[in-house]
Design a protein around this ligand. Structure first.
Ligand SMILES: [Zn+2]
Length: 258
Protein backbone atom coordinates (compact mmCIF):
# COMPACT_ATOMS: atom_id res chain seq x y z
CA UNK A 1 0.00 0.00 0.00
CA UNK A 2 1.19 3.50 -0.77
CA UNK A 3 2.12 5.87 2.04
CA UNK A 4 -0.85 8.05 1.26
CA UNK A 5 -4.39 7.07 2.12
CA UNK A 6 -7.02 7.52 -0.61
CA UNK A 7 -9.86 10.05 -0.30
CA UNK A 8 -12.96 9.04 1.67
CA UNK A 9 -16.52 9.60 0.49
CA UNK A 10 -19.14 8.95 3.17
CA UNK A 11 -22.21 9.42 0.95
CA UNK A 12 -22.52 8.74 -2.76
CA UNK A 13 -25.19 7.35 -5.06
CA UNK A 14 -23.78 4.67 -7.34
CA UNK A 15 -25.59 2.45 -9.86
CA UNK A 16 -25.93 -0.97 -8.25
CA UNK A 17 -24.86 -2.77 -11.44
CA UNK A 18 -21.56 -0.89 -11.75
CA UNK A 19 -18.56 -3.17 -12.41
CA UNK A 20 -16.11 -3.87 -9.57
CA UNK A 21 -13.34 -2.53 -11.82
CA UNK A 22 -15.08 0.82 -12.29
CA UNK A 23 -15.45 1.16 -8.52
CA UNK A 24 -11.78 0.38 -7.92
CA UNK A 25 -10.89 2.84 -10.67
CA UNK A 26 -12.34 5.69 -8.57
CA UNK A 27 -9.22 5.53 -6.40
CA UNK A 28 -11.21 6.27 -3.25
CA UNK A 29 -13.01 4.49 -0.44
CA UNK A 30 -16.66 5.12 -1.24
CA UNK A 31 -19.66 4.58 1.02
CA UNK A 32 -22.39 3.94 -1.51
CA UNK A 33 -25.90 4.42 -0.20
CA UNK A 34 -28.91 2.43 -1.36
CA UNK A 35 -32.52 3.61 -1.45
CA UNK A 36 -34.45 0.53 -0.41
CA UNK A 37 -34.02 -2.75 1.43
CA UNK A 38 -34.50 -4.56 -1.91
CA UNK A 39 -31.70 -2.57 -3.49
CA UNK A 40 -29.38 -3.29 -0.56
CA UNK A 41 -30.29 -6.98 -0.64
CA UNK A 42 -28.99 -7.14 -4.22
CA UNK A 43 -25.66 -5.37 -3.59
CA UNK A 44 -25.03 -7.20 -0.31
CA UNK A 45 -23.93 -10.22 -2.36
CA UNK A 46 -21.17 -8.19 -4.07
CA UNK A 47 -17.63 -8.26 -2.71
CA UNK A 48 -16.12 -4.94 -3.71
CA UNK A 49 -12.59 -4.15 -2.59
CA UNK A 50 -12.93 -0.53 -1.49
CA UNK A 51 -16.68 0.16 -1.58
CA UNK A 52 -18.93 -0.14 1.45
CA UNK A 53 -22.59 -0.42 0.52
CA UNK A 54 -25.15 1.17 2.82
CA UNK A 55 -28.40 -0.39 3.97
CA UNK A 56 -30.97 2.26 3.09
CA UNK A 57 -34.60 3.28 2.90
CA UNK A 58 -34.77 6.70 1.24
CA UNK A 59 -37.37 9.10 2.70
CA UNK A 60 -38.22 10.36 -0.79
CA UNK A 61 -39.08 6.96 -2.19
CA UNK A 62 -42.71 5.90 -1.70
CA UNK A 63 -42.24 2.22 -2.62
CA UNK A 64 -39.22 1.87 -0.33
CA UNK A 65 -40.94 3.54 2.61
CA UNK A 66 -44.12 1.48 2.19
CA UNK A 67 -42.16 -1.75 1.94
CA UNK A 68 -39.93 -1.07 4.98
CA UNK A 69 -40.07 -3.95 7.40
CA UNK A 70 -38.38 -3.81 10.79
CA UNK A 71 -37.50 -7.52 10.99
CA UNK A 72 -36.06 -7.56 7.50
CA UNK A 73 -34.03 -4.44 8.26
CA UNK A 74 -32.71 -6.07 11.44
CA UNK A 75 -31.66 -9.21 9.54
CA UNK A 76 -29.87 -7.22 6.81
CA UNK A 77 -28.19 -5.02 9.43
CA UNK A 78 -26.24 -7.95 10.85
CA UNK A 79 -23.66 -7.88 8.05
CA UNK A 80 -23.83 -4.16 7.18
CA UNK A 81 -21.14 -1.79 8.49
CA UNK A 82 -23.02 1.19 7.11
CA UNK A 83 -26.63 2.40 7.06
CA UNK A 84 -27.75 4.92 4.43
CA UNK A 85 -29.60 6.54 2.96
CA UNK A 86 -32.20 7.02 5.66
CA UNK A 87 -33.82 10.11 7.17
CA UNK A 88 -36.68 12.55 6.81
CA UNK A 89 -37.60 14.85 3.93
CA UNK A 90 -40.45 17.35 4.13
CA UNK A 91 -40.45 17.78 0.35
CA UNK A 92 -41.25 14.07 -0.09
CA UNK A 93 -44.72 12.76 -1.04
CA UNK A 94 -44.36 10.08 1.62
CA UNK A 95 -46.45 11.14 4.66
CA UNK A 96 -44.16 12.46 7.40
CA UNK A 97 -45.83 10.04 9.86
CA UNK A 98 -44.60 7.06 7.84
CA UNK A 99 -41.14 8.58 7.39
CA UNK A 100 -40.95 9.16 11.15
CA UNK A 101 -42.03 5.59 11.91
CA UNK A 102 -39.35 4.19 9.58
CA UNK A 103 -36.54 6.44 10.86
CA UNK A 104 -37.44 5.76 14.48
CA UNK A 105 -37.23 2.03 13.80
CA UNK A 106 -33.89 2.41 11.98
CA UNK A 107 -32.35 4.61 14.70
CA UNK A 108 -33.53 2.24 17.44
CA UNK A 109 -31.90 -0.69 15.63
CA UNK A 110 -28.67 1.26 15.31
CA UNK A 111 -28.80 2.36 18.96
CA UNK A 112 -28.86 -1.35 19.87
CA UNK A 113 -26.29 -2.44 17.22
CA UNK A 114 -24.04 0.54 16.44
CA UNK A 115 -23.26 1.21 12.78
CA UNK A 116 -21.99 4.11 10.68
CA UNK A 117 -25.21 5.84 9.68
CA UNK A 118 -25.80 8.61 7.14
CA UNK A 119 -28.98 10.59 7.81
CA UNK A 120 -30.83 12.94 5.45
CA UNK A 121 -32.76 15.81 7.09
CA UNK A 122 -34.03 18.10 4.32
CA UNK A 123 -36.43 20.64 5.86
CA UNK A 124 -36.82 18.32 8.84
CA UNK A 125 -33.67 19.07 10.82
CA UNK A 126 -35.42 19.57 14.16
CA UNK A 127 -37.53 16.43 13.89
CA UNK A 128 -34.45 14.37 12.99
CA UNK A 129 -32.69 15.64 16.13
CA UNK A 130 -35.77 14.78 18.22
CA UNK A 131 -35.65 11.19 16.96
CA UNK A 132 -31.92 10.90 17.61
CA UNK A 133 -32.45 12.13 21.18
CA UNK A 134 -35.42 9.82 21.69
CA UNK A 135 -33.74 6.66 20.40
CA UNK A 136 -30.26 7.33 21.80
CA UNK A 137 -28.54 6.53 18.48
CA UNK A 138 -24.89 7.56 18.80
CA UNK A 139 -22.54 9.40 16.45
CA UNK A 140 -25.14 9.75 13.72
CA UNK A 141 -23.61 11.29 10.59
CA UNK A 142 -25.84 14.13 9.43
CA UNK A 143 -25.40 14.36 5.71
CA UNK A 144 -25.72 17.71 3.85
CA UNK A 145 -26.81 19.33 7.12
CA UNK A 146 -28.69 22.65 6.75
CA UNK A 147 -29.84 23.17 10.34
CA UNK A 148 -29.77 26.51 12.12
CA UNK A 149 -26.90 27.40 14.40
CA UNK A 150 -28.87 26.46 17.52
CA UNK A 151 -29.87 23.14 15.93
CA UNK A 152 -26.23 22.53 15.06
CA UNK A 153 -25.26 23.07 18.69
CA UNK A 154 -27.95 20.61 19.78
CA UNK A 155 -26.70 18.10 17.18
CA UNK A 156 -23.20 18.42 18.67
CA UNK A 157 -24.62 17.88 22.18
CA UNK A 158 -26.25 14.71 20.85
CA UNK A 159 -22.83 13.55 19.58
CA UNK A 160 -23.68 13.90 15.90
CA UNK A 161 -21.11 14.14 13.13
CA UNK A 162 -21.44 15.90 9.80
CA UNK A 163 -20.58 14.77 6.28
CA UNK A 164 -19.72 17.72 4.12
CA UNK A 165 -19.99 18.08 0.35
CA UNK A 166 -18.77 20.63 -2.11
CA UNK A 167 -22.08 22.57 -2.06
CA UNK A 168 -21.70 23.37 1.67
CA UNK A 169 -19.80 26.21 3.33
CA UNK A 170 -17.29 24.92 5.91
CA UNK A 171 -16.78 28.46 7.23
CA UNK A 172 -20.35 28.36 8.56
CA UNK A 173 -19.77 24.96 10.13
CA UNK A 174 -16.71 26.23 11.93
CA UNK A 175 -18.58 29.35 13.08
CA UNK A 176 -21.32 27.10 14.52
CA UNK A 177 -18.68 25.46 16.70
CA UNK A 178 -18.21 22.13 14.91
CA UNK A 179 -14.70 20.77 15.53
CA UNK A 180 -12.86 19.41 12.49
CA UNK A 181 -12.84 16.00 14.21
CA UNK A 182 -16.64 15.83 13.84
CA UNK A 183 -16.46 16.25 10.07
CA UNK A 184 -16.22 13.67 7.29
CA UNK A 185 -16.23 14.26 3.53
CA UNK A 186 -18.92 13.24 1.05
CA UNK A 187 -19.75 13.89 -2.60
CA UNK A 188 -23.46 13.04 -2.47
CA UNK A 189 -22.80 12.20 -6.10
CA UNK A 190 -24.56 13.12 -8.36
CA UNK A 191 -26.42 15.93 -6.47
CA UNK A 192 -23.87 17.39 -4.07
CA UNK A 193 -20.99 17.73 -6.52
CA UNK A 194 -22.90 19.38 -9.40
CA UNK A 195 -20.65 22.44 -9.26
CA UNK A 196 -17.56 20.52 -8.15
CA UNK A 197 -14.18 20.38 -9.76
CA UNK A 198 -13.77 17.61 -12.32
CA UNK A 199 -13.82 14.71 -12.44
CA UNK A 200 -17.32 14.83 -10.93
CA UNK A 201 -17.44 11.28 -9.66
CA UNK A 202 -17.99 9.38 -6.40
CA UNK A 203 -14.94 9.59 -4.17
CA UNK A 204 -13.70 12.89 -5.58
CA UNK A 205 -13.57 14.80 -2.29
CA UNK A 206 -10.33 16.71 -2.90
CA UNK A 207 -12.25 19.97 -3.19
CA UNK A 208 -13.92 19.31 0.18
CA UNK A 209 -10.53 18.57 1.76
CA UNK A 210 -9.30 21.89 0.41
CA UNK A 211 -12.31 23.98 1.50
CA UNK A 212 -12.34 22.44 4.99
CA UNK A 213 -8.59 22.94 5.25
CA UNK A 214 -8.98 26.60 4.32
CA UNK A 215 -11.89 27.16 6.74
CA UNK A 216 -10.12 25.46 9.65
CA UNK A 217 -6.58 26.63 8.84
CA UNK A 218 -5.28 23.08 8.34
CA UNK A 219 -3.09 21.77 5.50
CA UNK A 220 -5.30 19.74 3.05
CA UNK A 221 -3.03 16.67 3.25
CA UNK A 222 -3.40 16.76 7.03
CA UNK A 223 -7.18 17.14 6.63
CA UNK A 224 -7.35 13.75 4.91
CA UNK A 225 -5.38 12.14 7.76
CA UNK A 226 -7.78 13.70 10.27
CA UNK A 227 -10.77 12.28 8.35
CA UNK A 228 -9.17 8.84 8.35
CA UNK A 229 -8.42 9.00 12.06
CA UNK A 230 -12.01 10.08 12.78
CA UNK A 231 -13.36 7.29 10.60
CA UNK A 232 -11.03 4.65 12.10
CA UNK A 233 -12.00 5.70 15.63
CA UNK A 234 -15.67 5.24 14.72
CA UNK A 235 -14.93 1.79 13.33
CA UNK A 236 -13.25 0.79 16.60
CA UNK A 237 -15.77 2.40 18.94
CA UNK A 238 -18.64 0.74 17.13
CA UNK A 239 -16.86 -2.60 16.66
CA UNK A 240 -17.23 -2.60 12.87
CA UNK A 241 -13.76 -3.75 11.82
CA UNK A 242 -14.80 -7.29 10.85
CA UNK A 243 -17.67 -5.96 8.72
CA UNK A 244 -15.38 -3.96 6.41
CA UNK A 245 -13.71 -5.23 3.22
CA UNK A 246 -10.13 -6.45 3.96
CA UNK A 247 -8.47 -3.61 2.00
CA UNK A 248 -10.41 -1.00 4.01
CA UNK A 249 -9.51 -2.82 7.24
CA UNK A 250 -5.83 -2.43 6.36
CA UNK A 251 -6.31 1.27 5.66
CA UNK A 252 -7.95 1.88 9.04
CA UNK A 253 -4.99 0.21 10.77
CA UNK A 254 -2.57 2.27 8.70
CA UNK A 255 -4.48 5.47 9.56
CA UNK A 256 -4.30 4.73 13.25
CA UNK A 257 -0.55 4.10 13.14
CA UNK A 258 0.10 7.27 11.13
ZN1 LIG B 1 -28.16 11.09 -0.92
Amino acid sequence: MSRTLPPLDLHAHVATDITPRALEGLGAVVFAVTRSLDEYDKVSRRSDAVTVWGLGCHPGLMTAQRAYDEDRFGALLEKAAFVGEVGLDRSSRVPIERQTEVLESVLSAVAASPRLISVHSYRATNLVLELIAQTGAEHVILHWWLGTESETKRALDLGCMFSVNQSMDPVKLRAAGIPITSLLPETDHPSGNRCGTSPRQPGQTLDVERSIGAAYGVDPARVRDIFWKTFSAEVDTKGLFALLPPAVQKMTRFAQAK
